[in-house]
Design a protein around this ligand. Structure first.
Ligand code: NAP
Length: 255
């Protein structure tokens, strides 16, 4: 039996890649597409809906979401309530929202995944950064994305910062009497270290985690040159969430 999939944000850069992946996978069947502004009633033979409420009675197993930070929380909440296991790539969730969704998923006994990054290399980069932070507590993160990205810092940078913090503890870096002659010059602060966000046309999704110590440095870098880099992870997630009974945060939890 095929896994029936809904895709929210199917016209977007990531959503359109996800649609191609779903269409090319024998085990998946796309059953509905959502975009609030689309005038189409169907796209490549798949029904298109403007409002999630129209999907309440549809027969589906998984809800893929690549939309915007403003709507992704409500979408994921709706998906869990209707037992469509969410596979969410949209970034910009608050920690409290993720916690609320995990509680709801347990209540509903519904699997799901929120992953700020679906690229396997990015998962490794985050894991290596966490390992390194035990020995190199002085660190800065530089994330680089295309200039249409709506949230900053990226969900991947925040997740990396969270993983680093879990082993590093609290340490305020830099000179105590440091001043910014231009506001924002030192980037955003996260538990005493800095995150910098670069936005330029031509970029896709890239991140460097830079560690410094006495007389040595370490640089860990990941590049997504193309959005297909995320689709192996999305494909794997769709197959996994239907077997789970609660939502998790981070692709590494289902690998
Ligand atoms: P995008 O090209 O702007 O696509 C977003 C799409 O969502 C647009 O087509 C938009 O439609 C649609 N949309 C807006 N409101 C909606 C709603 N209520 N229901 C359904 N669709 C709605 O952005 P993108 O580059 O694909 O990125 C999408 C999200 O994925 C971002 O949060 C980004 O940070 C994240 N992302 C995640 C990963 C990962 O691996 N997890 C990788 C890359 C990007 P309109 O254009 O008509 O407004």
């Amino acid at each position: 039996m095929s896994i029936k999939v809904i895709i929210a944000g199917f016209k977007g850069k990531m959503g359109s890649e996800a649609l191609k992946m779903v269409q090319n996978e024998m085990e998946f069947e796309p059953v509905a597409l959502i975009d609030p502004f689309s005038e189409l009633t169907e796209y490549q033979g798949i029904p298109v809906y403007n409002h999630k409420e129209e999907l309440a009675d549809i027969k589906a197993d998984v809800w893929i979401d690549f939309t915007t930070p403003q709507v992704a929380f409500e979408n994921t909440f709706f998906a869990l309530e209707h037992h469509f296991a969410p596979v969410v790539g949209t970034t910009g969730f608050k920690e409290s929202q993720i916690e609320e969704l995990i509680v709801l998923s347990k209540e509903k006994q519904c699997g799901g995944l929120i992953a700020p990054n679906f690229a396997i290399g990015a998962i490794l980069m985050m894991s290596f950064a966490k390992q390194a932070a035990k020995y190199f507590p002085d660190v800065e993160i530089i994330e680089l994305h295309h200039d249409q990205k709506k949230d900053a810092p990226s969900g991947t940078a925040l997740k990396t910062a969270e993983m680093i913090s879990s082993v590093r503890g609290m340490k305020v870096q830099g000179a105590v009497d440091e001043t910014e002659n231009l506001k924002g010059a030192r980037g955003a602060e996260y538990n005493g270290f800095r995150i910098h966000s670069v936005r330029l046309p031509g970029l896709v999704a890239h991140q460097e985690v830079i560690f410094g110590s006495k007389g040595e440095g370490l640089r860990i870098r990941h590049d997504s040159f193309d959005r297909t880099s995320f689709m192996t992870g999305v494909n794997h997630a769709v197959k996994e969430v239907v077997k789970q009974n609660q939502l998790v945060y981070g692709l590494e939890n289902i690998l």
